[in-house]
Design a protein around this ligand. Structure first.
Ligand code: BES
Ligand code: ZN
Ligand code: ZN
Length: 497
């Protein structure tokens, strides 16, 4: 979908459909929409009445203009109550409007800059994100493809001076949405395709395209570095593990060094502590953190931020076999800590332990952010629409949560209570990799905290949000790309700070 700016009024807008917004609880149409209605001799307001259009978020109604306007149709999308309007309302409105346009077979869409009150740049970005995220599909493996697609979205605004901020917003919205959809694709691809080796190849491709540094460590390299926790998980699989380290270094003077670490279990069977059939079914999504890291790294050259950013992924499968790690085994992580394997299904924290220890030792960043589909417990706590946030430095967590809010991704703080560290005690090693069922997301967070050492660190548990079993306002069933837009927003803000 091509995104363009057209300086003209709505009554002059061309295209197969013209998208405008309608607010809830307002008797009158907004002035530019009322102007369209006059051109249509009141047909629009009549149809909105008979269709019971109430302006509820994402509600859609449309009319054919029969030659009374240059645009072939006018489609009104609900924005909810005017006083509740925010960027997320605009994203969702754009998503449902563009989905309807696509299903109608529309090729060229003109759209008003939805959402008065917000800045033109924010409105344009939200419009672009909503349009692109909302019409995402994954049909690579289906004979029957969705052949309908909107080809062009023209943002129509009468004010020429809006052109620069609108174009900026569209460009950023497009970049954000493309990044999130890149992550979605990686999550939606099955685990027989997306292996650790595949992720390493994707990383190398990204490095080539974006002029990033890329190092891939194989099993022997990781052994030399002492990554016993990560390699213990990899033992059961026929697929060789790949430890991925991408570096974006800007041309400009480096203000800060940030490491982002993603959980990269390309399939989580549970290992010898095998999952149930139901529990295993979706476990191709256990590399969603890695997918987000790759998507972010892929966007950095285009953004040109004055930050040094390191993307780190300890990729492996978690499989049962004759060579698999056993419950009761003891492994040693790169930072020297020994870990008793209480449960082979708590593998994410083992791979992240070495990824975090590697970041702390080899990268020495000012801060580390990890994204991981880490625990079923976070799904119990927050459900599927909200990720969990844990940290060892509150101001850093506050900035990440603020970025999430701006990006429209829900993230909620959880307490890493020091006393709960008791729950990870082992009789025979420094740590056990599991605690009791209660507070499972927190003990997982506390486990990771040990490996971040003294560095400021934030952990995002995305087990509930990385994959959706039902269609959402901004995307269909499948991988969501969660974390990508939050962290891109975060990095842009950090570059200005
Ligand atoms: N990958 C899972 C967590 C998960 C659960 C992600 C549900 C997405 C949906 C993780 O490796 C895991 O298996 N965690 C166990 C830990 C337990 C054995 C302490 C869990 O949460 O059940
Ligand atoms: Zn597991
Ligand atoms: Zn897992």
């Amino acid at each position: 979908m091509k995104l363009t700016f057209h300086a003209r009024s709505l009554v002059q807008a061309e295209g197969d459909a013209l998208v405008v917004g309608g607010y809830a609880e307002e008797k009158r149409l907004s002035p530019p929409v009322a102007a369209l209605d006059r051109q249509l001799n009141g047909l629009l307001s009549e149809v909105l009445r008979s269709e019971k259009f109430e302006g509820k978020p994402e509600q859609v109604a449309y009319v054919h203009t029969a030659g009374r306007l240059p645009a072939k149709r006018v489609l009104v999308v609900g924005l909810g109550k005017r006083k509740e309007l925010d960027a997320e309302r605009v994203r969702r409105a754009a998503a449902s409007a563009l989905r309807r346009c696509r299903d109608l077979g529309v090729k060229i869409v003109s759209a008003a800059l939805l959402g008065d009150g917000l800045s033109p740049r924010i409105r344009a970005q939200a419009l672009a994100e909503g349009a692109l995220l909302g019409t995402y599909t994954f049909d690579r493996y289906k004979r029957e493809k969705n052949s309908k697609a909107v080809e062009e979205l023209r943002v129509v605004d009468p004010q020429r001076r809006q052109e620069a901020p609108v174009k900026d917003g569209l460009r950023l919205g497009e970049l954000f949405a493309e990044a999130a959809c890149f992550a979605r694709d990686l999550v939606n691809e099955p685990a027989n395709e997306v292996t650790p080796t595949y992720l390493a190849k994707v990383a190398e491709q990204i490095a080539k395209e974006g002029r990033l540094r890329c190092r891939i460590y194989d099993r022997v390299d990781c052994q030399r570095m002492g990554m016993g926790a990560y390699l213990g998980v990899a033992r059961g699989s026929q697929e060789p593990p790949k430890f991925i380290h991408l570096t974006y270094a800007p041309r400009a003077r480096v203000r800060r060094r940030i490491a982002i670490v993603g959980k990269g279990i390309t399939f989580d069977s549970g290992g010898l502590d095998l999952k149930t059939a139901e529990g295993m079914l979706r476990m191709k999504d256990d590399m969603s953190g890695a997918a987000a890291v790759l998507a972010i790294m892929r966007s950095l050259r285009k953004l040109g931020l004055p930050l040094e950013v390191h993307g780190i992924i300890a990729a492996t499968e978690n499989m049962p076999s004759g060579t698999a790690q056993r419950p009761g085994d003891i492994v040693r992580a790169m930072n020297g800590s020994t870990i008793e394997i209480g449960n082979t299904d708590a593998e994410g924290r083992l791979t992240l332990a070495d990824a975090l220890a590697y970041a702390a030792k080899e990268v020495r960043p000012q801060e580390i952010i990890d994204l991981a589909t880490l625990t079923g417990a976070i799904v119990v706590a927050l459900g599927n629409l909200c990720s969990g946030v844990m940290w060892n430095e509150k101001p850093l967590a506050d900035r990440v949560v603020a970025a999430a809010t701006a990006a429209g991704e829900r993230m909620w703080p959880l307490p890493l209570i020091d006393e709960y560290k008791e729950l990870l005690k082992s009789e025979v090693a420094d740590l056990n990799n599991v605690g009791p069922r209660g507070g499972g997301a927190l003990t997982a967070g506390l486990f990771l905290r040990e490996f971040a050492g003294a560095l400021p660190w934030v952990h995002l548990d995305i087990a509930g949000t990385a994959f959706t079993e039902k269609d959402l306002p901004l995307g269909p069933k499948g991988g969501t790309g969660v974390g990508v837009r939050t962290l891109l927003t975060y990095l842009i803000r950090e570059a200005r700070r």
